[in-house]
Design a protein around this ligand. Sequence first.
Ligand code: ZN
Length: 600
Amino acid sequence: MEIKSRSEIDPKYTWDLTRVFADDEAWEAEFTAIRTLTDDLSAYAGTLASGKTAVLAALKAAFDMMERFERLCVYAMMRQNEDASVTKYLAMNDRAGSLNATVMTAFSFLVPELLALPEGTLEAYEADPDFADYSAFLHDVIRKKPHTLSAEAEQMYAMAGDAMMTADNTSEMLRTLDLNLGTTRDEDGKQAPLTDATFVLFLTSMDRQVRRRAFNNMMTRYAAMGNTFAALYAGQVKVDMFCSRVRHFASSREASMFNEDVPESVYDSLIEAVHQGIGAMNAYLLILRAVVGVPKLHMYDLYCGNVADFEIKMDIEEAFQMFLKAVEPLGRDYVEDASRALNERWIDVYENKGKRSGAYSCGSSYGSTPYVLLNYKPNYDGVSTLCHEMGHAMHSYYSNKNQPFPKADYSIFVAEVASTTNEILLNEYLRREYRDSRQAQIGLIGNMLEHFRTTVFRQTLFAEFEMKAHQMAEAGESLTQELLSKTYYDLVKQYYGRVCVVDKSVASEWMRIPHFYSPFYVYKYATSFCAATALAQNILSGDPEKIAAYRRFLTLGSSMSPIEELKVAGVDLSTPEPVCKALDYFADLVLEYHGLLSNP
Ligand SMILES: [Zn+2]
């Protein structure tokens, strides 16, 4: 099917960005105005010691500028995402990017001057109702004070930032451009190019030899560059160690998690609880082995098990109604608020030439409505993505509505909770709707089980790998290819080895994972998914108090620490309990799946 150009798309299904700026001229005028604002803000530098009124005035000026600048940026970004071939928007986006440096420079006097105020002053301001809008910001400045360096040292640290990206940049160049993955034999016995994209297809092939060859070829080609990948990753770990030591942290993990205000116990609790769930996952692998129909399950067999596909076909109007049905347990007003999204054109629905791929939600247009970009496909994945992105959008909608700008933007740690909760609500809704269809139940449960395996188990395995790598380096060991590959292999064996034959070749898989260059990031995929599972259970219990607690969470923005916000929602991730609860849900699904498959 020919992809349409943007002008051929029904405007009804494009987003209406005039709520952000009436037109491009209004954007231009604002661009000029913000340039002036940055000069105005600089005038506050050096005034903060004169007392409360001056500090309040400076904070107000700084955050007002940030709010307007953010709106400027998201408009340019969303316009560019509509069609990357429009050079006008490419230029606008570039100019917004350049203005960023000016804005940041204008802002940069603020924190050092606040920190230089007499002992106890910031604490008094944080508690002062006049500073209510800025209390979360002040709280963060106070919290980070012991890890903030002198102005001169901070400047040097910032100057090293670019060079510290070398391992990340180089590994990406190697993975995406320079590493030739060669070819592999396809189902017709012909040599076909092996790339990250074709790899996924080969792994879902029903021809086992195709899967086996693709997997082994992929791992062999990575292993051939193993010393280089090990040196790059060791380089990244050294950067993480440097950054944590300079800022007086005991470990890289502590530094990383401190930054987001998440206690390290969350990481340990996750691993501890997931280890207890390894048995349940292997019970699932046993079922998968039977579904795939092989005497021994290898790692390359894991992706072709969802044969019982459940397909629903629907246009965006029907999909949107299905979304509203799925979120009904959240309350009538949630449904009413969410139902505005399609009519008021918050959503850019269809693919067009030059449009950004994938999907996202953007809540950074404070004072306007959230926006959602989709490339809608009329199938289960399409509906699920709509529910996911609307989860983000409604979280932004309620946070923006209830919080002042400086407290509105929620943190990455909680970001995927509302989106995943909506996905689970959709899955549960469809399971109720199609309760009499065995095929639908198998498809829907199978989908959820794979989601669990790849999000909770696989990401926790990754989290454990990077934790061990950092610990070894911090203990003075040298991160060689041999050591890293052995560490990875042992983990795969621990997670999958009860049912799977774990071939030696899998030891190189860690080299393929780009996320390891964003240290201590992947555990958040697992914690978000577990929190969402526990919260979806709370919501579906129908208990009005539990639903109200979740709804309150959606309004919090970044007004509290992420862990406290999730406690408000009804999950305490500093204990293993929510992860255990999620894994109980997983174990129940495994049993149900087994029952369905063994009673045709
Ligand atoms: Zn998301």
